[in-house]
Write a protein that binds this ligand. Structure first.
Ligand code: SF4
Length: 142
């Protein structure tokens, strides 16, 4: 969890994406340090649901890219503890396509010199397998 959002009334939520009330952490006026906000029932609820959802996602072929997606999206469509819903379907379609394209680039050892430098960097260092160091060594002159 990397986000915290404060509403105009001082309520803290783990995200600004229309969190349900049950994920409300606390009110800023009721705590003396920000770490207290992360030791609240609301934060525990989204955290536990996210852990449960990610466990169910473990065998997904794009887990390394998606890592269980967005808890709030899941909450409204399939329950925060379950994968599914529109974002899951969209991620699967998009990341599967991107992975196929990147795999083809690697297996064919395509010349990447004409690629936009940012795209080339992403292909070489991140998109193929974000959990490994990247396939730079497989390219000659890349
Ligand atoms: S695409 Fe769906 S099943 Fe796969 S990791 Fe993401 S949320 Fe889980």
């Amino acid at each position: 969890m990397k986000w915290i959002c404060m509403y105009p009334n001082g309520d803290l939520y783990p995200c600004g994406k229309g969190c349900p009330a049950e994920f409300r952490m606390c009110n800023i006026n009721d705590i003396s340090s920000i770490s207290q906000a992360f030791r609240t029932p609301g934060f525990s609820k989204i955290l536990e649901a996210s852990v449960a959802r990610r466990e169910k996602c473990r065998n997904c072929e794009i887990y390394d890219y998606c890592q269980g997606g967005c808890a709030v999206d899941a909450y409204y469509q399939s329950g925060a503890e379950n994968p599914g819903g529109d974002s899951c379907r969209i991620y699967k379609a998009v990341f599967t396509h991107v992975k196929q394209e990147v795999d083809a680039i690697i297996s064919e050892k395509k010349d990447l010199s004409a690629f936009n430098p940012m795209v080339r960097e992403a292909v070489l260092r991140k998109l193929v397998n974000p959990m490994s160091g990247g396939p730079q060594e497989r390219f000659s002159g890349a």
